[in-house]
Design a protein around this ligand. Sequence first.
Ligand SMILES: [Zn+2]
Length: 407
Amino acid sequence: MRRVNPARFRVATRATSRQINRSIVLNLVRAHQPMSRADLARMMGVRRGAVSLIVTDLLRDGLLFEGATGEAVRGRKPTFLYVDSRRRAVIAADIRATETFLMLADVLGNPLSGVSTFPTDRDPAKVVAALATRIARLLADHPEVVACDGVGVVVPGMVERATMRILHAPTLGWRNVDLHEALTQATGLPVQIENSGRACALAQAWVMRDDRAGTAGDLVFISVSEGVGVGVIIQGEMLRGRHNIAGEFGHVSLSLDGPRCSCGANGCWEAYVSNRATLARYFGRQAEPSGPIRAEQQHFTMEDLIARARAKDAKAAAALEATARYLGLGLASVINALDPARVYIGGEITLAWDLIESTVRSALAERTLTAAAADTDIRPVAASEYPRLQGAAALIAAPAFAAPVVA
Ligand SMILES: [Zn+2]
């Protein structure tokens, strides 16, 4: 139950219940479409007349549309309702330390374009200019998109909620960087910026359509790439903390005198499990936590390493095995601290999940405090689903489905 905060609250008005009912209808149609008014009334436990009023509103505002007529055993055939994702789109951008990924999606987060990539410049102004040019080209290439609702950007760093300022992105070497203002001006579109792990957690909670287990309320997303991004949702709320750094498990240390991390400390979880760390292990040397990628690694990626491990390259298998063990040990800290219902893992390492799962599980079981905690539901999210781009799209798309916050 949510406690009313007597110092910070917003009062519910008559318009609030209307907004809440609208978002309930929108979310039910999104999850179960196509859907008739009668289905809606049944699921909501209200009269058909009440549902029809809300639906008429949503049709008029262009958020729903009526599609094909369904079959009925007897009586009038129902008209099916859909979320109107035609002609409206969002831009999703995933800024990473080495490359930036860009995609056009509909307002349900479904891809409308392929994914394009370009190298990430260390100069934030150049990143903004490159993004603006490519976004304009992407929209020009899709003239069927009448309205673009905005640009969602995920970044490998901590983001201040109110200002969307990037407080610290260790792998990029950015501190107090403001992309928001410049990107809004350069694109003329609304822009939302969020930490990649948090955006991924938001997107998973949003797309979960069948949530009878209640896992959407308590989940952790761990995104493993050049760094480690973590998003935490507890009791339905995104964990942010007083200084926007809550949940940064990537920078919790596994060993005080371990390898150097991009944040400047030693032995962080990230310094053991990032793609850089795994590749460096394969090449038999210490990982360089930030700065330019070595020539040998520009032409040799995690995908290559995993392919070699599958082809019985012992060194590649050993490098992956070590990463799997550290992944499990760090996961134990996450589970002991937060006890989530489900943990999602994203990133290239998931391509090797069948090779590493048993090692991850046994390392996890060594450190979790109860046997039940060791059995926590852990699900890899395929890299081909681009979870970070899904997260970026959700930053723009999901709020339209959210109920207003009161009290
Ligand atoms: Zn660190």
